[in-house]
Write a protein that binds this ligand. Structure first.
Ligand SMILES: Cc1cc2nc3c(=O)[nH]c(=O)nc-3n(C[C@H](O)[C@H](O)[C@H](O)COP(=O)(O)O)c2cc1C
Length: 183
């Protein structure tokens, strides 16, 4: 643990994010879930910040498939790769819905809010919804706005350093324990 009590992997992540710069892609992560046929499914989502030391916040639409997957199986993995520092973080954990999500809705721009009023994700498109591209103002939080809390249980960090790659594993067992493993 660091002096401000953050797990040490958070420090590694922070320095990778800093090196990457201000690009929006700095917040894009890949989220894996498992569907009811035990098949893996993967998609990009935006990292929306931390809750406590080791829970990531993600926004999504209740009508999307990942919600069905998480109902059957809350286990998930997030992959976050940083090109400049050549670091790959793999986070394993459990996802649950945060019920009191009003504050999060208020952080969104009108443009972002409007996407929760589009047609149901993954369904055949209804061209009626396509014609109006105006962005409405002051949209109230709809029922399908979902905030997910990804509670991290372990972190696997691969650093592509020269002359040899390094790999570290952290596991949470009351406190975070770190070991170095073969890359
Ligand atoms: C750059 C980028 C950012 C995205 N951010 C999110 C996001 O924050 N939340 C989300 O639910 N989907 C996001 N998506 C869309 C998902 O990748 C995915 O297409 C959608 O959530 C439906 O996934 P599902 O059918 O597996 O549930 C993003 C896609 C891209 C390309």
């Amino acid at each position: 643990m660091l002096e401000n009590n953050l797990p040490s992997w958070r420090q590694n992540l922070k320095s990778s994010r800093r090196k990457e710069g201000q690009s929006p892609s700095n917040r894009w992560v890949q989220l894996a879930t498992v569907n009811d046929k035990n098949e893996p499914r993967l998609r990009t989502v935006v990292f929306r910040g931390w809750q406590k030391d080791s829970s990531m916040i993600i926004f999504t639409d209740r009508r999307s498939e990942k919600i069905e997957h998480l109902k059957c199986n809350p286990n998930a993995e997030i992959l976050w790769f940083f090109l400049k520092s050549k670091m790959q973080f793999r986070f394993k954990g459990e996802i649950n819905e945060l019920i009191n999500n009003g504050n999060y809705w208020n952080t969104l721009s009108d443009k972002s809010k409007s996407s929760w009023f589009w047609g149901s994700p993954g369904e055949k498109i209804n061209t009626k919804f396509q014609s109006n591209h105006e962005i409405p103002h002051n949209l109230s939080k709809p029922e399908n706005f979902v905030v997910l809390k990804f509670e991290i249980e372990s972190v696997d960090l691969l650093k592509l350093e020269q002359p040899i790659h390094r790999r570290y594993l952290w596991k949470k067992n009351n406190t975070w324990k770190q070991i170095e493993i073969n890359p």
